[in-house]
Design a protein around this ligand. Structure first.
Ligand SMILES: Nc1nc2c(ncn2[C@@H]2O[C@H](COP(=O)(O)OP(=O)(O)OP(=O)(O)O)[C@@H](O)[C@H]2O)c(=O)[nH]1
Ligand SMILES: [Mg+2]
Length: 337
């Protein structure tokens, strides 16, 4: 099917907001400049945001493709295979990195990469799972099937966000990692997703199977997989496109605004900090004279300048229902008059 052979490929997993994209961006920086790399990113929500985060990278021999709307395991089979084939044909990459949604179960994707049509074209290397030491204190997370299988199916466990957890919690997390069976090929400690590129070449254990192989079958019924593309143009100022979704016990909503819409920074930061049930929020907004990426993981909201310039867009994942229509009205109130 593919004339390309044996492209070293890694799956990057970990819960929502743990630092997967940060890690990939860091790896892209560290690669030799001319080496083309391909990145396939899956997002839980329907509004693609990561293309904005990776914007500008295409010029530097980095090819990014997104599979939004659900978890990658749902796209397993034809759509995912098509995305991978198109990406590697276009990029002829020296490496392929696949970022799995924080809500995505890695089992089916690994199965597809190991045994599907792509198996001959890809050289599957270590699967990396990022964890936040604070999550290992949380029994709900420790008990969750998705977390357990993300950890179990990984070859390299990367303890990230250690600047936020502090040394004691980091040490506790390392102790927990030592109890994992079978033992990980490597347990690394880092922050801001700084990885050593040599970890990508570590071997994967091809025989590991999920602890919860049925996980996805149960959830499939509740999650709507509607990959309809949002409209590219024709949005009127002040009248955003909205897409809601629900599944895996989460409520998501995303918006795309007209490229003419400009937001007030202070009002926007106030709104984006509200609602303590929000687990993850990602958005790029046009402010006066600048474009800014807002990232919220639980209650922590950060803002940084981005090179992306197209339209303002945001995606929110909440543990509890939010009145999205009222939220939209509040977003519109954040527009500059
Ligand atoms: N303080 C701190 N912030 C971090 C660290 N790693 C990542 N972040 C921040 O956490 C936020 C989420 O990081 P991402 O890399 O987008 O996380 P992700 O796992 O790709 O998120 P999803 O794809 O939405 O699941 C961003 O604001 C990052 O800058 C870290 O080690 N320390
Ligand atoms: Mg990400």
């Amino acid at each position: 099917m593919l004339e390309l052979k044996h492209i070293p490929t890694n799956l990057i997993t970990g819960l929502l907001g743990v630092g997967k994209t940060s890690a990939i961006l860091d790896l892209l920086q560290s690669r030799s400049e001319k080496a083309p790399w391909a990145v396939l990113v899956n997002e839980f929500g329907d509004i693609p945001i990561d293309q904005a985060i990776f914007s500008g990278k295409d010029d530097a021999g980095v090819f990014v493709r997104e599979v939004p709307g659900g978890c990658l395991c749902c796209s397993v089979g034809v759509p995912l295979q098509i995305a991978v084939v198109q990406l590697v044909r276009q990029a002829k990459p020296e490496r392929l990195l696949i970022e799995l949604s924080g809500m995505g179960h890695p089992g089916m994707v690994l199965d597809m990469l190991r045994h599907g049509h792509l198996a001959n074209a890809l050289d599957l290397k270590a699967t990396l799972c990022l964890v936040d030491p604070r999550d290992v204190e949380d029994t709900d997370i420790l008990d969750s099937q998705i977390f357990q299988d993300q950890v179990h199916l990984s070859d390299v466990l990367v303890i990230n966000k250690t600047d936020l957890s502090g040394p004691d919690l980091t040490a506790e997390c390392q102790d927990w990692a030592k109890t994992l069976f079978p033992a990980k090929g490597l347990v690394a400690v880092t922050q801001h997703g700084r990885l050593d590129a040599s970890w990508l070449d570590l071997d994967t254990n091809p025989l590991k199977t999920p602890l919860f192989p049925e996980f996805h079958d149960h959830e499939r019924e509740t999650h709507s997989h509607t990959p309809d593309d949002p409209p590219d143009a024709t949005l009127s100022p002040g009248k955003p496109y909205r897409k809601e979704n629900r599944g895996l016990n989460r409520h998501t909503c995303g918006w795309i605004f007209s490229s003419e819409d400009v937001f007030d920074r202070n009002r926007l930061m106030g709104l984006l900090s509200e609602h303590d049930t929000i687990e993850r929020l990602k958005g790029v907004f046009q402010l006066s004279g600048e474009w800014v990426l807002f990232n919220r993981v639980r209650e922590v909201l950060t803002a940084q300048a981005v090179g992306y310039r197209r339209d303002s867009r945001v995606e929110i994942i909440s543990r509890k229902p939010i009145d999205w229509i009222a939220y939209e009205t509040q977003l519109i109130h954040c527009l500059k008059k």
